[in-house]
Ligand binder design. Sequence first.
Ligand SMILES: C[C@H](O)[C@H](O)[C@H]1CNC2=NC(N)=NC(=O)C2=N1
Length: 122
Amino acid sequence: MTDLLSTDDRAALLPALGETGWAAVPGKDALRKILKFKNFSEAWGFMSRAALMAEKLNHHPEWKNTYNVVDVTLTTHDVQGLTRLDIDLARAMDRFAGSTEVQRNHGEPVSSLCEARASRKA
Ligand SMILES: C[C@H](O)[C@H](O)[C@H]1CNC2=NC(N)=NC(=O)C2=N1
């Protein structure tokens, strides 16, 4: 089974994802990004690519689509927290999304996920 990300891994990997618009979900060891595409077709194209990658990784997003908006939450259910698989899927989604508009007015900075891990267990 995939392990929860260590404190060191978090410090190394999460800031770059914070830069691209991933944020921490309050009270949960999870990453969330809200993407706003030009239209439904672009949103669905992104979701199709992401779905194929999710199958390849055997790691699946929690997500919601409303017309041109795709709201994604990533966490690893088996261990109830962030693992390397969430990082890999987040990076793949960033590649598929390109320069799509990102909504940033939600959640907390990813740095809070480093603190969450530190207080959970060494
Ligand atoms: C049986 C199967 O491998 C598991 O249930 C996989 C499938 N996809 C998954 N996706 C996510 N996000 N977390 C998991 O723990 C997970 N587990």
